[in-house]
Each structure stands twice: as C-alpha cells, then as structure tokens.
Design a binder for this molecule. Structure first.
Ligand SMILES: Nc1ncnc2c1ncn2[C@@H]1O[C@H](COP(=O)(O)OP(=O)(O)OP(=O)(O)O)[C@@H](O)[C@H]1O
Ligand SMILES: [Mg+2]
Length: 288
C-alpha cells in the first residue's frame, strides 16, 4: 500500500462492518472450492439441465494467483462467478476466508463479499454510465456506508491516481475514457473495499497489446503492495503465464490439469493441455 494513502480502517464505517470483516483462521485457505457442480436449468420440455461445472475442486491462498485457462464454453466464467456465490452452486462447498458461503446468511454474505471483488472483460458492465468516474469508484464505499461523502471522494481520487488515471478523469463519465482507462477505473473500484481476492475474467482481452501489458503490470504491482490473490480467467495462455504462479486447465466443466505454471506449461501431462499449448504462436515457455 502506498504511503499516505488512507486505508479503509482510517475511514469510519457507519455500520461497523470494517471492524467486523470476516475473520479467517490463519490456517484457512483464502478460497477453497470442493466438488463444485453448477447446473443451469433446462429450457423447454424434455431438455436436461446443462452442467457447466462438473465436480471442480481447488484452493487459493492469500497473495496467490491462479490462472484458469480453457476453450470457450469450458466453464471458466461460471466457475469464477460461482466461486464468489454470484451463481448458485448445485452441489459442493465453497469456503471464503473459512466461511461456507453457500450456507452463510445474507448479512454474513454481505461482509464476505467485500473480501472478494470482480474485474470483467468489459468494464462498461460495472461502471454506471450516468456516474462520474470518481462516483463509480466511491460507490462500493457508499454502499457499505464507509466514511463521509468527502472522505469517500478523497479515497476515490487516491485510488484513481494509484491506478494511473490522470487527475482530470475523475469528473468525466466512463464513455469519455479509452478502454484501457475504463479498465483502470474498474480496478480502482474493485480495490476500493480492500478485498483479499479479485476474480479477473478476461480483464485484458478487449485491449490492444501495449495497453494489455500496462494493465497486467498494474495488477501485479497491486498484488505485491496489497497481498491480493487473483483468480485470473483467460483464454490467453501467455497472459496467464505472465501473471500466475499456478494454472488450472478447464475442459467441459472440469479441471483436467493443474499445477505450478512452469510445470503445466513446460511439461503438460494431459493431451488436451498439449493441444491448447500448440495453438499458442510463440511457445517459448514450452520445451520442445
Ligand atoms: N446463464 C446461463 N444459462 C445457461 N447456460 C449457461 C449460462 N451461462 C453459461 N452457460 C453455459 O455454460 C457453459 C460454460 O459457459 P462459460 O461462460 O462459463 O464458459 P467460458 O469458459 O467462460 O467461455 P468463454 O471463454 O467463451 O468466455 C457454456 O456451455 C454456456 O453456454
Ligand atoms: Mg467466459
């Protein structure tokens, strides 16, 4: 965390939520997903429910980054959303900071959700077009009734600056920014409540290569400063290789291979992983 940057606990939480934030036992992983199944209900008579996630288990520790790769439709987005309780699990157990989020009462879930935020491919979805950039970043603080209006605004400006936004951007509207700038605003908003975990779903896919690199560098810097963990979803194996210490390869709703990035990329054991890697043009991480 940058010096002089007010932390969340410097601000007053009118609900007392800051003090009450989900306390985890030091031995609990940050996120533990066990035998997760997600089915989407059938549409139309005679149709079967669609099983998008089919018995997935993984753990994520604090300050760790787990990359999730796999072909389109393999279940990456569904996994990321279900892991945060944003899509109901059909079966299985999800523990966030040691708390079972599938069983947590709504009030507890609200506290827990503060610990985990999302950044999506299209930041337009999370930024209200009728709000200024500063208001978009301050909104999560307002929702959780943290600080006074003036304190929230100050914090929003600090976060925007930290995320590399020019000072005059605060009073603009999201459509007045470039795609890369919008993603910086979405990241500033995601870190406003000082989460422990961010699910990033294709956060750089809509950006050109040089802007992609800037956003990845920002995410890595923020991880180092704040001990953030990332569940980083991408179809781009090179991006994942750059950012993540571990990789999980998904296919048809299952994790078919996982392990430290170097192992998975340089010595893949599953034929499907090899096939995925063979499609990457510059395969300098793959031993031949
Ligand atoms: N709300 C939904 N209702 C029904 N089926 C869904 C829904 N969301 C996703 N699916 C289906 O679940 C499967 C997994 O979708 P998901 O979006 O998780 O894939 P993905 O790996 O993120 O793909 P992409 O790389 O294209 O983003 C797909 O077959 C998809 O059609
Ligand atoms: Mg997806």
């Amino acid at each position: 965390m940058h010096r002089n940057e007010p932390t969340l606990s410097d601000l007053t939480s009118h609900t007392g939520e800051t003090r009450e934030r989900a306390k985890a036992h030091p031995d609990d992983p940050l996120l533990a997903v066990e035998d997760l199944v997600v089915e989407f209900p059938a549409r139309g008579t005679g149709r079967q429910a669609h099983r998008a996630i089919d018995g997935v288990s993984f753990q994520l520790d604090r300050a760790e980054s787990l990359g999730v790769v796999g072909e389109s439709g393999s279940g990456k987005t569904t996994l990321g959303r279900a892991a945060l309780g944003l899509i109901p699990a059909t079966r299985g157990r999800i523990r966030l900071c040691g708390h079972d989020i599938s069983k947590a009462p709504a009030s507890r879930l609200r506290h827990l959700r503060r610990s985990a935020q999302t950044v999506f491919q299209d930041p337009g979805g999370s930024l209200n077009p009728r709000m200024t950039v500063a208001a978009c970043v301050a909104e999560p603080l307002e929702i959780h009734r943290v600080g006074s209006r003036a304190e929230r605004r100050t914090r929003a400006l600090t976060l925007l600056e930290r995320c590399g936004m020019p000072a005059d951007a605060a009073v603009r509207y999201p459509h007045e920014l470039s795609g890369g700038q919008r993603q910086r605003v979405a990241i500033a908003r995601a870190i406003a409540l000082e989460p422990s975990l961010i699910v990033c779903d294709e956060p750089t896919s809509a950006l050109d290569v040089s802007v992609q690199a800037q956003i990845l560098n920002l995410l890595m810097d923020l991880q180092r400063e704040r001990g953030l963990a990332y569940l980083f979803i991408s179809h781009d194996i090179e991006v994942v290789a750059h950012l993540c210490t571990r990789i999980a390869v998904m296919r048809e709703g299952r994790i078919i291979e996982s392990g430290p990035t170097d192992n998975v990329l340089n010595s893949p054991t599953d034929p499907y992983t090899r096939e995925l890697l063979s499609a990457v043009p510059s395969r300098d991480f793959v031993s031949t």
